[in-house]
Write a protein that binds this ligand. Structure first.
Ligand code: PMP
Length: 386
């Protein structure tokens, strides 16, 4: 079938949700992907910050193949070695003490909020305007986009309060006797690559400690090296009570996790939470391979070096249409003075995959293996197109 015929299947059969780009992707290698017509693209989007090792990294492919031949799935009522080994490896790299696996970012955030509610016995959660925490009913309530809430207002749980991002006074005003948790992205992704003031998270941490409120960082997008440290909250020198992650952690397989301190984690008892697929052997084997690559391939050095170079090169673009260039590591955005959708199309036609978020922000979250030479090609194309 050709592209038009395949896309028509979506039109005829799918529940209408995504507005997709009109290409059918077929295979990838490193930072490149090809569509079914053989057209090549540099992937500046990495499946929304997922394919941290690039596409089809040989060690990741091999780990998945080897594990698939041994055991793909067992019930989570039994132990499996890859998930146990990974738990120890990951937790030991953080300030947290315990882990629970999930299949997606939304599911990790659901579990995190449940844990905070169980720990405190309270029922209010503060989140930020323009934040994104997921599409399930509870994470939708936490997500700070009014227009996503609108059709579901009648069923959204009460107790979620959205306050402006990077505004500590707004948080102080929103806190009540009944506040269970504050959930924030260390850098907002969907909201437009918004980097907060350097002391924002520290101040949240202090308030949370003072009032015994659970401090949750949502590292689903910022995590796994994207911002130049394994987790972005490390940049702000804080120790949250809970961290959620997904996306990059599995390098492309559906893997997520909730990490918590001993104190907070202890609130859950058997029966409080569960999952059929979370931390299954296949995805855990993949996650171990991703972690191996981080340890063996100096990925964080690459993120910092190429990320800084990328931002510098973008800042050199002298265009009236550019209102701001911002980001950290390889999570980078350009805010335009007008809606950006047409530039996404033009760049795709020129062989580069990006997306536009918050209407006017062109967002770039490429594989963490991207090189300066790839960046040069992209910036040249962007320069011409803008
Ligand atoms: N949190 C953040 C910060 C995200 O960026 C996203 C997805 N864009 C999610 C949660 C939800 O993740 P998922 O789509 O895997 O449920």
């Amino acid at each position: 079938m050709n592209t038009q015929e395949l896309i028509k299947i979506e039109d005829d059969y799918f529940i209408n949700t995504f507005t997709r780009q009109p290409i059918v992707l077929d295979h990838g290698e490193g930072v490149k992907v090809w569509d079914i017509d053989g057209k090549e693209y540099i992937d500046m989007f990495a499946g929304i910050a997922v394919n941290c090792l690039g596409h089809n990294h040989p060690a990741l492919v091999k780990a998945i193949q080897d594990q698939a031949e041994k055991l793909i799935h067992i019930s989570s009522i039994y132990y499996n070695e890859p998930a146990l080994i990974y738990a120890k490896r990951l937790v030991d790299k953080t300030s947290f003490d315990r882990i629970f696996y999930a299949n997606s970012g939304a599911e990790a955030n659901e579990g995190a909020i449940k844990l905070a509610v169980k720990y405190t016995g309270k029922s209010e959660v503060i989140s930020t305007v323009e934040s994104f925490h997921g599409r399930t009913i509870m994470t939708l309530a936490a997500t700070g986009h009014e227009h996503y809430h609108e059709p579901f207002k009648c069923i959204l749980p009460k107790g979620f309060i959205n306050v402006p991002y990077n505004d500590i006074d707004a948080i102080k005003e929103a806190i009540t006797e009944n506040t269970a948790a504050i959930i924030v992205e260390p850098i907002q992704g969907e909201g437009g690559v918004n980097v907060p003031d350097i002391d924002y998270l520290k101040q949240i941490e202090e308030i949370c400690h003072e009032k015994d409120i659970v401090f949750i960082v949502d590292e689903v997008q910022t995590g796994f090296g994207r911002c130049g440290t394994l987790f972005a909250h490390e940049l702000f020198d804080v120790k949250p009570d809970i961290m959620t992650m997904a996306k990059g952690i599995g390098g492309g397989v559906p893997m997520g996790a909730i990490l918590a301190t001993e104190k907070v984690a202890g609130a859950f008892v058997p029966g409080d939470h569960g999952t059929t697929f979370g931390g299954g052997p296949l995805v855990a084997a993949a996650a171990n391979a991703v972690l191996d690559a981080f340890e063996e391939e100096n990925l964080l050095d690459n993120v910092n070096e190429v990320g800084d170079y990328f931002i510098e090169e973008l800042k050199k673009l002298d265009k009236d249409i550019i209102a701001d260039v911002r980001g950290k590591g390889l999570m980078v955005g350009i805010e335009l003075t007008k809606p950006g959708a047409e530039y996404v199309d033009k760049l795709r036609e020129a062989g580069f995959l990006i997306n536009c978020t918050a209407d006017k922000v062109l967002r770039f979250v490429p594989p963490l293996t991207i090189t300066k030479a790839d960046i040069d090609k992209f910036v040249k194309a962007l320069d011409e197109i803008l």
